[in-house]
Ligand binder design. Sequence first.
Ligand code: CA
Length: 365
Amino acid sequence: MKRRQLVTNAAIGGAIAATIGACGPASGPQVSADSLPNITWNMATSWPKSLETLFGTAELMTKRVAEMTNGRFKITPYAAGEIVGGLEVMDAVQTGSVQCGHSASYYYIGKNSALAFGTSIPFGLNAQQQNAWLYHGGGLELMQKIYATFGIINFPGGNSGAQMGGWYKKEVKTVADLQGLKMRIPGVGGKVMAKLGVNVQNIAGGEVYLALDRGAIDAAEWVGPFDDQKLGLNKAAKFYYYPGWWEPGPSFDFLINLSAWNQLPKEYQEVLKTATFESNLWSLAKYDVLNSQALTELISSGTILQPYSAEIMQAAQKATEELLNEEASKNPTFKEVYEQWKAFRQQIYQWNKINELSFSQFAFG
Ligand code: CA
């Protein structure tokens, strides 16, 4: 037994020596850690620092990059308003005033409506399906093609899971109740609400509470129980609706200036990609834990939960389909992504109806 161990150890030792030899000085140029440069970047984000979920995801990414490069590649994340406003992150990355950013693609649908797919589409994909589409369903390639036209490369950077349907000062039961209501809701969800008669406002997260509390708006959606409570939205409105049919699994994005990206050593590009993967997983797991705890707190402190009525849900679904078709007829890029995405959605819905939904309905439905 002892002899056999020795033989095995010797064999392993030999294999290691052979591997080292193959990569030794005689085999060509070496990349040594010493040759990797010190690089300092700034990251603009769309989030207030108080949100340990969203700003926390940006912080985690930068921390992991520093750790994986032994402190040589330093990225400093800035809260919304510190360098640029929360909804100006893409512009700042595009012009190169910062090298990178953390934001949500659908804040920028004014630049190209197809950017909405990078975050979430009403009645679209849940978080698991969104990650499947991005990483293995061709979605990320499509989104990167669009971002490249703005001189940016993007990577998924977090997901909140299915969001809540927002805070209302008064109950809304019918589509008639939505007429003229001033609501903070961005992206395609906002466009659908506009079709239903809502007066839609796009306001950065840090400013939502004041707008709702002072009555400048009548309703606001942000994310879910944890983030909404942190912003104090429960103190400005009592009725908390669900589900957030416009954001069943929204992704956040890291945006990187393409020329800054191209100047990075290959090793740093790989480190960045790895850190975005890690942040993406970390964020969703964190949200699921914090949201479930925060919902219990909200209910016990007086928040009234209300489901959207079937009338509103059905009208919203119909308006969404009309809107997506209208947009596809206006914007060829939107059409290209929409058709690919729609086929993916149909396929994943069929599969998840069998495995995920049947289990969920039985276990906690
Ligand atoms: Ca939202």
